[in-house]
Design a protein. Sequence first.
Length: 465
Amino acid sequence: MTASVPSMDSPLAAASPRTLIVPGKASPSRNRHDARVEMKAGAAIIALFAVGFLGWSAFARLDSAVHVAGVVRVAGNAQLVQNRAGGIISAIRVHEGDSVRAGDILVEFATTEALAQERSLASRVFGLQAEIARINTEQAGAAQIAVPVEWNALDSDERADADRALSRERGNLSAKRALLVSEQAVLRERVAQVGNQIDGYRERQKSNVRQNALNKDELTGIQSLFERGYATKTRVLSLQRTGAAIEGEIGATQAEIARLHAAAGETRLQIMQLSEQNRHDNAERLRTAQTELDSLLPQWKAAREQLALSRARAPVSGTVMGLVANTVGGVATPGQKLMEIVPKDGTLEVEAQVSLADANDLKPGQKADVRLTSLRGRTLPALHGRIARVSADAVSDERSGRSYFTAVVRIPRAELDRVSREAGIGGTVRPGTPVDVTVPLGARTALQYWIGPLTNRLRPALTEQ
């Protein structure tokens, strides 16, 4: 095949001898032009993006916050339950998680000797107090023994012992009163008998007086006859003897009446002396009993305190946690932790460990959002609280060697109730629950975030020494 050569008259012959135009391909000059256009367009787009981004950075405000981890606790912390004396555990009245009231017995220790001593002293104290109350009742002449006011503070067991002592004294009061009345009745009966004797002697005295008067009349008549010779002297002497005897009887009767009056007076005095002697004896016994009671009360108080040490009681109402004493028959050392009581309805707090770099941004009164992290698969609203306090100095962890500040966030009970209603968490928020704490610090522009580290670096460099 032979190739044809184009003629000079054809369009191709008019082109530059160095330019070969191939159909379907662009020329090199056009390619360079397109590349420059594309580069300019790209630079314009980049410049426009940079300007827009810088403008956004200068005006867009971004919120800043401190994020730390914390743990929920009760304000004032859980109350530690200890026993000063220690000893052998005889009974454990609670279990982990039990609800208790303030004053409830939690753990009991073996108290055989201490209990015996305390009961012996208590019995003596109650007996003396009841005796003193009985004596005061006797002295006042009251009908019933008044219950000592000190007994109002006794527990049920002690009050039962005290009531038994008071019951014995009520019996003693009745017996003493009955004995006194009986003795006085005997003496009054004796006075009545003496009175009857006096009445008999008075009747005899009247009879003797009448006989003496008759004898005197008869003697007068006989003496008149004797003087005229119609009566013998023996008859006169006989009447005189009879008169003398009657007068002697009158004197003796009068003396006996006087003696009986004296006896009646002595008996009446004995009646009065019985009551007076009873009052005197009561006063002496009252002083003795009061002295004995004053010496026993300190001993009983010390015994009760010793016995109280054998019972560990709940310091506050709340929930038992961290039960350590769980073996009956085990030995607890003095001051050993037995358990903790988380106070009921206490205000919740969050204790967070803040890094040294973030501590300066926190101060009391700042708002804080708390979110629970232990409830898997559940989205809960934030608990809103405020920072209550920040530790004055850094705290070092002996195990890890890390230093940090402690911040306490106070969560109002109303806020917890709100979140409980909204999320239905009920009583899930318990002391020890881990949480995340976010403390808003304010807002800065994005540009300030970026150039801040640079200006912080350049500031010392631009300072003249």
